[in-house]
Design a protein around this ligand. Sequence first.
Ligand code: SGN
Ligand code: CA
Length: 531
Amino acid sequence: MYLKLIVLFSVAALVTGCSTGTPKETKRPNILFIMSDDHAYQAISAYDNTLTTTPNIDRIAKEGMLFTNACVTNSICAPSRAVLLTGKHSHINGKVDNRFPFDTTQVTFPQIMQQAGYQTAMFGKLHFGNNPKGFDQFRILDDQGSYYAPDFFTKNEGKINIKGYTTDIITDMTIDWLDKERKLDKPFLLMYFHKAPHREWFPAPRHQKEYISKTFPEPATLFDQFETRGTAAKTAEMNLVDHMNWAGDSKIYPDVMDKLGLKPYMKWDISAFEREYNGMTQEERESWDRHYRPMNEKFVQAYPNMSREDLMHWRYQRYMQDYLGCIASVDEGVGRVLDYLDESKLVDNTIVVYTSDQGFYLGEHGWFDKRFAYNESFKTPLLIRWPNVVKPGITNDEMVQNLDFAQTMLEAAGIVPPDDMQGESLVPILKGEVEKVRVAAYYHYYEYPSIHMVKRHYAIITKAYKLIHFYYDVDEWEFYDRKKDPYEINNVYDDPAYAEVVQELKSALEALRIKYEDSAELDQKYIEAYK
Ligand code: SGN
Ligand code: CA
């Protein structure tokens, strides 16, 4: 007790910066960086409450800033995380796709913060193929992780397995760390990284009853035929009817698949379902069966008379029920952590960021998954709260990117970022000193040919326009007027009315490639490396 008092006293002295002349150590802000996996902005009510409500995530926007044009540089998990941590585009940090492990000789911003005296921790999904550097504590999911009974690689305990529901486990770890491991004499960087709502969308028992009986509004482009788009959209394998798994995704039991003669789409269709189902405790499995058996029984009755169109409606509802059911747990977890900050009086000196590793298709264009430079996958949610710095309730529509996070966090912590980081600090936007940090964003996607078959492409995107070049086994351009055509159904690349602005953007795209040191040679290098 006596020792605790001394610690408390010295912290109080530092907070008030009194007499000793010691730097105001605890004035450096703490950072709680929350990232979920595949969380579409369409599924956050601060952006759009058509599908669901996320009152806790929305609190961050209400008390902070909401970015409506936040976007990624490469819409896929591990590459996005590598960009976040290094502040460098994929072609520079080398993590262009999900396949090879992250190059751990790359410098990351948590390493820099740790050296500068921050206490650092990470809990949840990283998906790098190796452990993170620069963390005093971490427990990260094995690869993609599972929803039930996840395995974690840990800093101090080797590989561990924990029974229960992953979203709740990651939240518990985060709160436990704040409660028991946080050092009172250091500011912290805490990365709270959910697996949810990544495929295969297994909701927690407490949300199953509510979500499995809900009906959700369909997107306007559910039956998009891609009249004006090129080959890439037409050949992508992301369609809800054609490319979803029966067991893994739509939760049709393997015995029901047999009965109806349904074939697995992916070879891991059934094993993905069984891994989760077998990971459940008896109680969890009973809940699952209580809610998912009746749905299966109804499907057995309906299936023989279902047209392709009926199947599309059905698949969409099944998908949304599970996807949004998973988000309900994420939102509750975020609420618990925010409450902890309130209760422990950390709130005033803690920056809270909520984002996703990319956006996601929720039936738009008939799709699930991500990868494309089109809006639903290119944009990502971004909400930032910074008490006494960010004015509450502000919306910013400028082009900000995950490329900017590293420099933003470093500058917020009073650390000068290394010169070779390629983003822009968002601190001046957060302080209300400037509105924008760039006019145009650069995008480059690589993972092809691969699952979902989205062709390689790079793009330039401004608030008004989007110009995309698909390459490798095609050489096709697409151009969208983002203001007139928010659903991106009219590719106007060949429309003479846009000829001049297309030319301007082509030059600007070339200039961006030079600025960021991307090139045809590098495109080729990454094609060769993929073989
Ligand atoms: C898995 C999923 C894909 C998903 C990738 C990448 N298929 O392969 O749908 O695009 O992960 O996701 S699954 O049948 O195995 O679930 S990412 O978030 O890691 O980039
Ligand atoms: Ca992801």
